[in-house]
Design a binder for this molecule. Structure first.
Ligand code: ZN
Length: 268
């Protein structure tokens, strides 16, 4: 039965590999979405400044035209006041002149403020454009890395599945019941099939195994299930497999873009 358990351990490593790569596949859309979000924020910042620049320039041109018209009105007013025939019309023209002066002053103030605003936008825009370009380049790189990671993960999953089928078939040729039990258990426990037992404790659920059961497990004569988590137990400290005991939970694998191939197991 030791030979079967050795194959079970190999199957579990392949299942762990599938789980790690499935996680990469599941996280990929989120990574892309986050990168896209950063890019869109940078684009929005740049676009707000760019449209602000266009609007400010256009308003300044409007004001310049208004000021030209007011200048003409002022000139007309100046000529008319010299031709005023009575006190009443003189005062009316004078009042009109005051209004022109007031409106001119308002337009000049607005124009001056807008010139300041224009300067601020012109200073900020290149930096915003730079940030956008940076985000765009970063997004391209992330997209390429994610695409490559997805392809690698898909290949790794497919390859692991093929290995699992082969190993199960090789177990089934001599121990069909054991192969069936493994396959059924894999479905029930979503790929977390094996429970290493070290020093009398199930590493999957932390149950202390009853002493007699632990003795049976150490004898390694038949397939035994953990009374608590119902996973297939194996004695992790058996001299046949290298100590220390494998961890109950495989650590989550980072989707490192530079990695060529997902490792089968840590430093094995
Ligand atoms: Zn257990």
């Amino acid at each position: 039965m030791l030979e079967v358990i050795a194959k079970f351990i190999e199957l579990q490593q392949l299942e762990d590999e599938i789980l790690a790569n499935t996680r990469i596949l599941e996280e990929s859309p989120q990574r892309l979405a986050e990168s896209m979000e950063g890019l869109e924020a940078a684009r929005a910042e740049r676009d707000v400044l760019a449209s602000g620049l266009a609007e400010t320039r256009s308003r300044i041109r409007e004001l310049e035209l208004d000021l030209l018209k007011l200048k003409e009105l002022k000139e007309g007013n100046r000529v008319r006041i010299t031709k005023a025939t009575d006190d009443k019309s003189y005062k009316a023209i004078l009042k009109e002149g005051d209004v022109i002066k007031q409106r001119t002053s308002e337009k000049e103030d607005e124009s001056l403020n807008l010139m300041g605003e224009l300067e601020r936008i012109q200073e900020a825009l290149p930096a915003a454009e730079g940030r956008f370009q940076e985000n765009e380049a970063a997004h391209r790189a992330i997209k390429a890395a994610v695409t490559a990671a997805v392809r690698r993960a898909e290949e790794a999953v497919a390859s692991a599945r093929r290995h699992i089928t082969d190993i199960l078939a090789s177990i089934a040729s001599d121990h069909p019941a054991a192969a069936e039990q493994y396959a059924a258990s894999s479905k029930i426990h979503h790929g977390k099939v094996l429970a290493p037992v070290s020093k009398g404790t199930c590493m999957a659920c932390r149950l202390r195994i009853p002493p007699q059961l632990f003795n049976d497990l150490q004898a390694s004569q038949k397939i035994l299930l953990c009374p608590s988590c119902a996973r297939i137990m194996y004695w992790a400290d058996h001299p046949s497999w290298a100590s220390p005991a494998p961890p109950a939970e495989a650590p989550p694998e980072e989707p490192a873009p530079k990695r060529k191939k997902p490792r089968r197991s840590a430093g094995a």
